[in-house]
Ligand binder design. Structure first.
Ligand SMILES: NC(=O)c1ccc[n+]([C@@H]2O[C@H](COP(=O)([O-])OP(=O)(O)OC[C@H]3O[C@@H](n4cnc5c(N)ncnc54)[C@H](O)[C@@H]3O)[C@@H](O)[C@H]2O)c1
Length: 309
């Protein structure tokens, strides 16, 4: 069966953080002319540096696997040439699709989405939100029929799936074009409807949050909680996963789940306190573990101190 084409050529990404950087990298790798914006030139430079590093690792993987995986060395510069970074929202106005990947904060997302449509943007618009209602975000635009969710998985260049979420007013045409675009990015679409946490985070965030409670209550150390998933075939345990996802992002998702689905989804005090104290995970080298150049050095002493015996 011949699959539908999205007709998309120019991609815009809002935010060059963990997710936006990965999404921009994948779009450029798949041949799309890509612009990524963020709030300052310094953040953009750091984000572009992370993308160069990620591509370099893919080039090395290509060499080690004799071309079976990764990116051929000659492709790396072509990919970087298809990728442009900017602090200017107006550089997104000629795009066929915008992918919003900024902080998990509803008012901040609504401001950015609404500002772009007020500036005249009328193309497809998707949000990479982990939990916020697609229908509410779509309400920030005059054309909710062109809005839906694309929830990529972390790390984007490696993960094979992407949840695609239909808002209440998403049109059939938008749904089909975004699903086709998802496949063009090399990602398997996983279909979900618009309810807090969609499918994946509705199941996954309570698992991470429960692991924090296990540590908080002194049932297990961080390291032992991490070893438990080896028995499930997951090499990365829940506490390390939390450090990669970002403690701030996980807390924001848990708060949406609690608000929309009830108090049993409330985040534990230890997670709330760590975020309040500025422990965000790998992104700032301080989470449940302390990190140096992408490697764990020890359990965060603040977590050790908190554990109730
Ligand atoms: N971390 C994960 O594992 C994960 C997985 C799937 C989806 N998500 C979702 O992706 C989104 C981004 O998460 P992240 O982990 O990349 O966060 P992050 O903190 O790494 O990056 C967020 C980026 O957004 C930028 N930003 C903030 N306000 C902006 C604005 N008004 N305009 C442009 N840029 C702005 C920040 O400067 C930062 O670079 C969130 O909605 C999150 O829920 C995260």
């Amino acid at each position: 069966m011949e699959s539908t084409r999205s007709g998309i050529e120019k991609v815009g990404v809002l935010g060059i953080g963990l997710m936006g950087g990965g999404i921009a990298q994948v779009a450029a790798t798949r041949g799309f002319d890509t612009v990524v914006i963020d709030v300052t030139a310094v953040i953009l430079e750091k984000g572009m540096e992370r993308i160069r590093g990620s591509l370099q690792r893919l080039v090395e993987s290509h060499q080690k696997s004799s071309g079976k995986t990764g990116v051929p060395p000659e492709e790396k510069e072509n990919i970087m040439r298809r990728l442009r970074a900017s602090t200017e929202r107006r550089d997104l106005l000629d795009r066929d699709i915008l992918i919003e990947a900024i902080v998990e904060n509803e008012p901040v997302k609504i401001e950015a989405i609404s500002a772009l449509t007020q500036m005249g943007y009328r193309g497809l618009f998707v949000s990479n939100t982990s939990s916020i209602s697609i229908t509410r975000l779509a309400g920030a635009t005059p054309c909710p029929e062109k809005f839906m969710g694309m929830h990529f998985m972390n790390p984007v260049p490696v993960q094979p799936g992407c949840e695609v979420i239909r808002g209440f007013l998403t049109s059939e045409e938008t749904w089909e074009r975004v699903t086709a675009f998802c496949r063009e990015l090399g990602k398997e679409p996983i279909f979900a409807e618009d309810k807090a946490g969609f499918g994946i985070n509705r199941m996954f965030i309570p698992f991470l949050v429960e692991a924090v409670k296990v540590v908080e209550e002194g049932v297990m150390s961080c390291e032992d909680a991490d070893k438990t998933t080896l028995c499930l075939g997951h090499r990365m345990g829940p506490i390390t996963t939390l450090d990669y996802v970002g403690l701030d992002t996980t807390l924001a998702i848990a708060e949406v789940l609690e608000r929309d689905l009830g108090p049993s989804y409330r985040a534990p005090d230890l997670l709330v306190k760590l975020v309040a104290a500025g422990f965000y995970g790998v992104k700032n080298n301080r989470g449940f573990y302390l990190w140096d150049k992408g490697k764990k050095t020890s359990v965060n002493p603040a977590v050790e101190r908190y554990r109730r015996k």
